[in-house]
Design a protein around this ligand. Structure first.
Ligand SMILES: [Zn+2]
Length: 264
């Protein structure tokens, strides 16, 4: 399915609470094409990607991977084994054929892309920026619907915010996310995401005004409309916010309990 000139999408059959309707695999370029985020290792999905390439009479020059999660990377290994398609990705990904650093340019025929090192959702995460069309392939940094899960390593929210600010400065017109529909007003979406994180900081501080709380208590207070199956992900995000609030000296941790600092 063509989503915007020079870009088509194959939706992987892996819908879930975490992946929404499934992973978006994008085919970019004309004639010579690249596959952005081949997706999960589901044979029917790999067949669908190759069929789309064949229908367009195109040649695949590379798989470009945003990050190593199981719903984005594994089909790249399958495509390489089946058709010899090389894998381009972050240097921390296992067994890539070309390690992409921040600012590296990738030419796919006449389609230009630049790799952007954008940690926060995972430590090793790239976005791909098409300057000509102001298109941003954002992996899991931004979702078409809802928000995203932050990385597990300490400081992930700090990294996530700086990645978003960097993308904001680019001023993308269209965002093509790893999950959910294409975002037509990319810049507004990035600003909405930054505002959402600031709002979450405020909500956490507000709850702590009535006394110290654990991460679990905060999740139950703040994620009332979230299915319980997603609580572990919500807890990861709350923890990331608490770490950031501790970094800016608003809260402190005592064992499993977090409390406001006196002049917060
Ligand atoms: Zn992910």
């Amino acid at each position: 399915m063509v989503v915007t000139p020079g870009v088509s999408r194959v939706l992987a059959p892996n819908p879930s609470l975490m992946t929404g309707p499934g992973t978006n695999t994008y085919i970019v370029g004309t004639g010579e094409v690249a596959i952005i985020d081949p997706g999960p290792d589901i044979p029917e999905h790999v067949d669908a990607i190759l069929a789309a390439v064949q229908d367009a009479r195109s040649t695949v020059v590379a798989s470009l991977v945003t990050h190593a999660h199981g719903d984005h990377l594994p089909a790249a290994y399958r495509l390489r084994a089946r058709c010899g398609i090389p894998i381009f990705g972050h240097p921390d990904l296992a067994d890539v054929d070309r390690a992409l650093g921040d600012g590296d340019e990738i030419r796919i025929g006449s389609f230009d892309l630049v790799a952007l090192d954008t940690p926060g959702h995972s430590d090793a995460h790239l976005c791909f920026w098409n300057e000509t069309g102001h298109l941003l392939f954002c992996g899991d940094l931004i979702a078409g619907v809802g928000t995203v899960v932050l990385g597990e390593t300490p400081g992930s929210l700090t990294r996530y915010r700086s990645s978003l600010r960097r993308l904001e400065a680019l001023g993308p017109s269209v965002i093509l996310p790893g999950h959910g529909p294409l975002v037509p007003d990319g810049l507004s979406k990035i600003r909405e995401y930054l505002a959402h994180r600031a709002e979450r900081d405020r909500q956490i501080v507000d709850v702590l005004r009535s006394g110290p709380a654990t991460v679990e208590m905060l999740v139950q207070r703040l994620y009332v409309d979230t299915p319980a199956a997603l609580y572990p992900m919500a807890a990861r995000n709350v923890r990331a916010h608490l770490e950031w609030l501790a970094e800016v000296r608003h809260v402190q941790r005592n064992g499993e309990t977090w409390s406001l600092l006196p002049d917060a």
